[in-house]
Design a protein around this ligand. Structure first.
Ligand SMILES: Nc1ncnc2c1ncn2[C@@H]1O[C@H](COP(=O)(O)OP(=O)(O)OP(=O)(O)O)[C@@H](O)[C@H]1O
Ligand SMILES: [Mg+2]
Length: 419
């Protein structure tokens, strides 16, 4: 498992330490280079790392700050100053887990990293099982996470089912994932995943964004974790609260979300219409702003339709509408509830042919009708991987998650190695 490192080191030692961390053979990786203590605490609280490397003279660093890091499950390596020995002494007094001299070269930085690994090795009590990543030794963490908007036309094609379960699969694969309910017509993600407390959710995040106070820490506080690596930003509790979600604020929410999560999965509403009557007034709230801003921000749009004649027709039209809106993100098309009773003896062939003919889509994912698995999950307010792990619908949605994640894997491969 790769352990995320938060680096808040000042001066020339910083890049030497970052390089040594990246040479740790995949065991450590720098997830955040923090400019100050506030950024470090926010990143720790957001769960972005389990080890912090901190300069002893970092402004405002005190016992309480180190205590906060510890409570966030982060071990602290303090970097002293040879010219000022009291800096190291103070770090030890403040509660740093390890105090090291500021490294001057590759070799001394390598020894700091080895010592850091040793203190991590002694923390088995607070370690949870590592995520199953495709190849732990070569995994790299993105500087910025990606956004997938789950959209589909009217008729309840299964947007929420897909969003919840794709998010759960991404998280289970070790991706830090944030599931967001941005459906301004009938958001129900909190209920579907069994979040009992009334969380302030997306409206509160949008409010903080409009006041300029939304940062990693405040977004992390608004997004309880419902499983390892899976946070949830719940939606508006009543549909008539949609004016609380203006697109200008949501754009800022998506941007902070990219810092918090490797994947932000957004459950969107069905409607793409822009309120033409209001278009002269750019400040007027729009009911579909949340969906439109999510689609505009998205790196991947997961388009969900149903596998019956009406559903396919709506899906074909919906794909055309997305094109008309000029949304250039990578598209993944998913046909849900595919079944013989409505699509003939070979439903997959029938759906595949219709999509190829009318929408030019030849690589759609087909998800079977699986009433009993979906009902079990809904009844227990759990994800399919928890409630019905061997079910056909779960296996199909795990495949969709892998297809979505391939976009991140490709982006990482193209990203220059961070020094
Ligand atoms: N593959 C499936 N097999 C059987 N039932 C399914 C499947 N996918 C979704 N459903 C069911 O279809 C219904 C609609 O699903 P869901 O709520 O996910 O759709 P939606 O597009 O989010 O709808 P809404 O417009 O209400 O937001 C739910 O009852 C859900 O349990
Ligand atoms: Mg829904």
């Amino acid at each position: 498992m790769t352990v995320g490192v938060l680096c808040a080191v000042q001066g020339s030692a910083e890049s030497i330490i970052v390089q040594a961390v990246e040479r740790s053979g995949g065991r450590l990786s720098v997830t955040r280079r923090c400019a100050d203590l506030t950024e470090l605490l926010a990143a720790a609280e957001a769960g972005l790392g389990r080890l912090a490397v901190v300069s002893g003279d970092l402004d405002l660093l005190d016992r309480e700050a180190i205590d906060l890091l510890h409570r966030a499950g982060v071990r602290v390596v303090g970097i002293g100053d040879d010219a000022r020995p009291w800096v190291g002494e103070r770090l030890a007094a403040l509660g740093a887990d390890l105090v090291a001299a500021a490294p001057q070269d590759e070799e001394s930085a390598g020894s700091v990293v080895r010592d850091a690994l040793a203190i991590l090795g002694s923390t088995s009590d607070d370690e949870r099982p590592g995520p199953v990543r495709p190849d732990d030794a070569t995994v790299r963490l993105p500087a910025q996470g990606l956004v997938v908007a789950v959209w589909g036309p009217t008729g309840a094609p299964g947007r929420t089912t897909v969003a919840v379960n794709v998010a759960a699969e991404l998280a289970a694969a070790g991706r830090r994932t944030l599931l967001v309910d941005a459906d301004t017509y009938g958001g129900c993600v909190a209920q579907v995943v069994g979040m009992l407390d009334e969380a302030p959710g997306l409206a509160a995040a949008a409010r903080a964004a409009s006041q300029g106070t939304l940062d990693l820490l405040s977004l992390a506080r608004l997004t309880p974790s419902i499983a390892p690596d899976l946070r949830v930003l719940s939606g508006i509790s009543r549909a008539d609260r949609w004016p609380e979600l203006p697109s200008s604020s949501l754009d800022a929410v998506w941007s902070v979300a990219r810092g918090l999560a490797e994947w932000t999965v957004i459950d969107c509403g069905f409607c793409l219409e822009e309120d033409e009557v209001l278009s002269y007034d750019t400040r007027a709230p729009r009911r579909n702003a949340a969906t439109l801003s999510a689609l505009e921000a998205a790196d991947v749009v997961l388009v969900v339709g149903t596998g019956d004649p009406v559903g396919i027709q709506r899906l074909v039209r919906g794909l055309g509408e997305l094109t008309d809106l000029g949304l250039g993100a990578t598209r993944v098309v998913l046909v849900n509830r595919v079944r013989a009773s409505v699509a003939g003896a070979h439903p997959a062939d029938a759906v595949g042919q219709a999509l190829a003919r009318y929408a030019g889509v030849t690589d759609a994912h087909l998800v079977p009708e699986d009433r009993s698995a979906v009902d079990t999950a809904l009844l227990e307010a759990r994800t399919l991987r928890e409630a019905a792990p061997g079910s056909p619908v779960r296996r199909a949605l795990a495949g969709v998650a892998a297809r979505v994640d391939a976009v991140l894997v490709a982006a990482l491969a193209a990203e220059p190695v961070r020094a």
